[in-house]
Design a protein. Structure first.
Length: 256
């Protein structure tokens, strides 16, 4: 293959190997930890080969409601050659010919001004910002508040669902993705009627104790920058900001 674009809804075994190798190389070079969904239902994959080498890869990962997240990687040795521009333009033209109107979502590190300017030229608009935060637990000593309970409500293949109890009453809920060394907190909520009474702080402390007892070293999460109350709550219990992600949206309309 001299200079080839490939489009597929299902990656072949050799392509999966190429993609994983490229993702690993990019993460090592950029000092990031970005994952890429492989052969997820309704996702679309675009691959650009130079010779036998995968130079650039783009995945449109289906969110639902005609929304896709764009996840892209370009070989660090082949950057600044407009490969992302080429493969993205190719993907957009494919969508216009073969799909309904969709929105493409881009999660972009706040400092990545070059790509931000490129997305703006394509017509993408800044929608919001997400703050990535984490809390280390290596030196944390668990302390139990018997008035608060963290109860496993449901355990699914991807995550665990929990209810938060205070004096026997359900006052909130959250989900956990459990990793080898830590957990990812998602959907943390204190129910209306129990807010602004200190329950959020105490519930997070109960989660910290639970996580420590499971021999996990950290809790990570992502929160919208507009949710000022949540950001302050997490900072109050010790969470630190790791990164800020700017979220861009681009509407792609099908050719008439």
């Amino acid at each position: 293959m001299e200079n080839v674009f490939l489009t597929t809804y299902q990656l072949k075994e050799c392509q999966v190997k190429d993609v994983k190798s490229l993702v690993t190389k990019c993460n090592k070079y950029d000092k990031t930890n970005i994952s890429c969904p492989i052969n997820e239902e309704d996702s679309i994959y675009f691959l650009k080969y130079i010779g036998e080498a995968l130079a650039s890869f783009l995945c449109l990962y289906y969110y639902g409601d005609n929304e896709y997240e764009c996840i892209a990687f370009t070989d660090p040795e082949l950057r600044n050659r407009r490969y992302f521009s080429f493969i993205f333009r190719y993907a957009v033209n494919y969508i216009k010919k073969n799909s309904e109107d969709i929105y493409i979502i881009f999660n972009l590190p706040h400092k990545n001004k070059t790509t931000a300017e490129l997305l703006k030229r394509f017509g993408a608009k800044l929608d919001t910002a997400e703050i990535e935060m984490s809390l280390g637990l290596k030196s944390y000593i668990p302390s139990d508040n018997v008035q608060y309970g963290i109860i496993l409500n449901n355990s699914l293949s991807d995550f665990e669902e929990y209810k938060i109890k205070y004096k026997g009453k359900n006052i909130g809920e959250f989900k956990l993705l459990v990793y080898k060394k830590g957990v990812y907190l998602n959907g943390f909520e204190i129910y209306e009627g129990y807010r602004a009474k200190g329950h959020g702080c105490e519930s997070i402390k109960a989660l910290m104790s639970l996580t420590k007892k499971r021999d996990r070293e950290y809790i990570s999460l992502q929160v919208n920058s507009d949710n000022v109350a949540a950001v302050k709550l997490y900072e109050k219990v010790g969470f630190k900001v790791d990164n800020i992600i700017d979220v861009y949206r681009l509407k792609v309309e099908k050719n008439s």
